[in-house]
Write a protein that binds this ligand. Structure first.
Ligand code: GL2
Length: 832
């Protein structure tokens, strides 16, 4: 009586873990209690899942930092050549689970957390995603830092610490996308180490003077302070722990004293606001250039801070500046960091007194550039006028580089004025603009695409002139990869455990080709049973999530068909939803007996549209509204369910991917550079339905064409088809009566007023740039083959699934990062 019940977990463990108490409670548990008690200033009485997450993260962070320190010390002592990965996006997702698995400490921590009265799953789910990226490009950077640490390579990432990450997506009652900010740093971030002592002054504006010998002086303007935040990246089953350094912007002075003395308080405060703005927000555009001045400021701020940091570290080695490329390789992740090229020139020529040609030699032996898209709307071009105002010295440098370059071009291709115009760093039409891709190629010794087909398209289309000029050897391919730690071991524990049990060790996680060992069991009945049980378990897990978030019941026995990625016309979620409508109409026209024979499907969509991409948002709205009609129609109940899951994220991907039977990667041929979620689905035993595009092609080469469902026109046909759409259009009714019926159905008003959908329907009926009408029948055909394969012989299907997983070895990001290391950066592993 009067005595309170102990509120949480095991009382003795809590008490023994407190400060000053001598006990034999395991170190890990003690450490968690310690952080609850001292760092969070809480106790068993008032700690929730979030608090438990924070205390656990703080305890794990200590282990990371110990390894981080040892790694950095080793690098400093051994002074190997290092590579730096400059990426404006790092789409990390959650960290705790990944860190625990890589450190090999998940079981021990789970035990401790349990003793304290928590469930590890709930604790892990309390973490908020770090969403500092839009999609594939940003997630690729995250996979690459994981692999570089795992392969013990001396690689650092450099990025920006955005206050607001990727926006949160909400779906309005009418089906439209709404955006809310993502203040992810509101709860403190345990995974970053503020380095308030590591700062760089970054200048904007002012004026540039030219001296003799191409040297210059840049002065005046406004200085912004860059402050470093370090994020340790643990390798899997190794001490090697690398770093991403994220820069945050602060005003250089609290405010401008001169303006203050002049009585202009508002202007003085404005200076500080605009400076802090630079790292406020991630631009939410994927595969699309928007041309915002603040974005250019972000790019320069980040390049200048990173290069200054790299230069300082290089100088600490005491080596002569001419040795720079022997110790430093810098990878440009797309054209976003291209300003690093003129910035390194500026540092070398203006500050280090290196002669212009010698400086250019250093620069062009340091940089390499990865192209991630051939879509013209994504190519960055900055108005010369903005450069004049913000980066006057860099503009001079670019002009000087262009002058020499165009002379060389003229010499090699005399009288080809058109070629010179295309290759120039400056586009003269539409106001003068600086072409960042041209500058990136000029300043790099290697340029690569991200899948075989894409690299070929880079060589033969957008950079053809440069191949003619430099020769083919400067242009390479490195097919993308994904980390099997996050994208199988972490997201699919049941399949991971089955693979480890079958192969006898966890070695496959660091040598993914070992998955081939599963082929021995492709016909083994007992193995089939376990394989199917894992898939069923993952589908149930997803069904429970759908029930709890959307209140919708889906049957886990149905076939799960998933398309999750950014919403884009070129990715053709439109084709998918039009195909769904066709299926709906077909089923509705059936007798009850016929319907009973239909393969039941749950079709899932997720993905964000750029807030300014009106057509993509309209497509989301259509998907949601078609789903509403289908899901409430008793005629198709249990046979067809269509859902749009809001707010796609890395964490949601981890739940969706292991649960797929089929995933769709159906871009118009030649438009998707690689795709990486295709690899994730296949690694988890989901089969692929796709076009002959990007990495789909290489996946089919590996897993066998009989294990993927291909459809649609091939890349070489696309140009002519588009030409015909413009000049010899054939009505949809003639090309595909099935599609014509679907379009009429949408316009009949059953999913909402016709006027809402008309702009979208018109893009298909007229112009049809993405070739929906050309590929529709072929798409339906592929879907019919999927149904047949799934229903006819379940054993065959499981065999396909096993074969797919077993043959995905090539797509580990360890293979990709080792290719960069050996063939581009010329760096070697360093044992810690
Ligand atoms: C992308 C491509 O669209 C995508 O196909 C590729 O897999 C990734 C990573 O290489 O890069 N290019 C791009 O600009 N974004 C991508 O996701 N945003």
């Amino acid at each position: 009586q009067g005595q309170e019940k102990w509120p949480k977990g095991d009382e003795a463990t809590w008490k023994a873990g407190l400060r000053g108490v001598d006990s034999d409670v395991p170190e890990i548990t003690k450490n968690i209690v310690h952080h609850v008690q001292t760092t969070l200033a809480r106790q068993a009485y008032n700690i929730d899942d979030m608090g438990a997450y924070q205390a656990t993260a703080l305890a794990v962070r200590e282990d990371l930092i110990v390894n981080w320190n040892e790694t950095q010390l080793t690098y400093t002592k051994k002074s190997p050549k290092r590579a730096y990965y400059l990426s404006l996006e790092f789409l990390m997702g959650r960290t705790l689970d990944n860190a625990l698995l890589n450190l090999g400490m998940k079981d021990k921590f789970s035990e401790g957390v349990n003793k304290l009265g928590f469930n590890m799953e709930d604790v892990l789910h309390s973490e908020r995603d770090a969403a500092l990226g839009n999609g594939g490009l940003g997630r690729l950077a995250a996979c690459y830092v994981d692999s570089s640490a795992t392969c013990e390579l001396p690689v650092w990432g450099y990025g920006l610490r955005y206050q607001y990450g990727m926006f949160q997506q909400l779906i309005a009652p009418d089906g439209s996308q709404l955006e809310a900010p993502d203040p992810w740093l509101d709860n403190s971030n345990p995974w970053e180490i503020p380095r308030l002592d590591v700062t760089v002054d970054v200048r904007f504006g002012g004026h540039a003077e030219k001296l003799e010998g191409n040297r210059g002086i840049w002065s005046g303007g406004q200085e912004v302070l860059a402050i470093a935040y370090d994020c340790p990246i643990p390798g899997s089953d190794t001490k090697s722990t690398n770093n991403i350094r994220f820069w945050s912007a602060r005003p250089r002075r609290g405010f401008d004293l001169q303006s203050f003395n002049a009585g202009n308080y508002e202007r003085a405060v404005e200076t500080s606001n605009s400076a802090a703005n630079i790292t406020n927000v991630l631009y939410p555009n994927d595969n699309h250039y928007a041309g915002k001045t603040l974005r250019l400021q972000q790019q320069y701020f980040w390049c200048a801070a990173s290069l200054s940091d790299i230069m300082r570290r290089f100088k600490n080695t005491g080596k002569d500046i001419s040795e720079f490329p022997n110790l430093v390789a810098i990878q440009l992740n797309d054209t976003h960091p291209t300003l690093a090229i003129p910035e390194l020139m500026r540092i070398l020529v203006d500050e280090e007194d290196v002669e212009w040609n010698a400086a250019w030699d250093i620069v062009t032996r340091t940089f390499s550039y990865t192209n991630h898209t051939v879509l013209p709307e994504a190519l960055e071009k900055w108005p010369v006028q903005i450069f004049e105002q913000l980066l006057p010295r860099h503009l001079q440098i670019i002009y000087d580089l262009n002058w020499t370059f165009l002379q060389a071009v003229a010499k090699k291709f005399p009288n080809d004025v058109a070629k010179m115009e295309r290759m120039s760093l400056i586009e003269e039409a539409n106001g003068r603009q600086i072409r960042m891709a041209n500058l990136a190629v000029l300043g790099s010794f290697k340029v690569n695409g991200v899948a075989e087909l894409h690299s070929e398209l880079v060589r033969t289309t957008i950079l053809k002139d440069f191949v003619d000029f430099y020769g083919i050897s400067k242009f390479a391919n490195v097919t993308n990869g994904i980390t099997p730690r996050r994208w199988l071991d972490q997201c699919n524990p049941s399949l991971s455990a089955l693979i480890t049990e079958t192969l006898g060790s966890r070695a496959w996680l660091k040598d993914l080709y070992l998955l081939k060992g599963l082929l021995k069991y492709e016909d083994d009945v007992a193995f089939h049973k376990k394989w199917a049980a894992s898939k069923a378990n993952n589908k149930q897990r997803l069904a429970a999530y759908i029930k709890s978030t959307l209140g919708v019941t889906v049957d886990p026995r149905a076939m799960f068909v998933i398309q999750v990625k950014r919403i884009h016309e070129y990715k053709r979620q439109s084709l998918n939803i039009l195909g769904v409508i066709h299926r709906y109409l077909t089923i509705k026209a059936m007798t009850p007996e016929e319907r009973a024979k239909v393969n039941p499907r749950v079709v899932l969509f997720a993905g964000k549209a750029a807030p300014g991409y009106w057509m993509a948002k309209l497509i989301i709205r259509l998907i949601v509204n078609v789903g509403k009609v289908i899901n409430s129609d008793p005629d198709v109940k249990g046979v067809l369910t269509v859902l749009f899951l809001p707010d796609y994220s890395v964490s949601l991907a981890e739940l969706l991917i292991p649960a797929s039977d089929i995933s769709e990667h159906i871009s118009t041929a030649g438009t998707e550079a690689s795709g990486t979620s295709n690899m994730k689905f296949c690694l988890n035993g989901g089969l692929l339905l796709g076009t002959v595009d990007g990495a789909n092609i290489e996946i089919a080469e590996e897993v066998g064409e009989d294990n993927v469902f291909f459809f649609g026109h091939l890349t070489p046909a696309v140009e002519e088809l588009r030409y015909n759409h413009r000049y010899n259009p054939i009505p949809v009714q003639e090309k595909s009566p099935a599609l014509a019926a679907v379009l009429d159905n949408v316009m009949s008003g059953c999913y909402g007023e016709a006027s809402i959908w008309e702009p979208f329907i018109n893009t298909v009926r007229q112009g049809d740039y993405y070739l929906i009408s050309d590929d529709f029948d072929s798409y339906l055909n592929a879907q019919a083959m999927v149904d047949e394969a799934y229903t006819k012989d379940p054993k065959e299907w499981i065999k396909k699934s096993i074969n797919t997983t077993a043959r995905m070895g090539k797509f580990s990001s360890d293979r990709a990062i080792m290719t960069y290391a050996e063939e581009i950066w010329n760096i070697e592993p360093v044992k810690i």
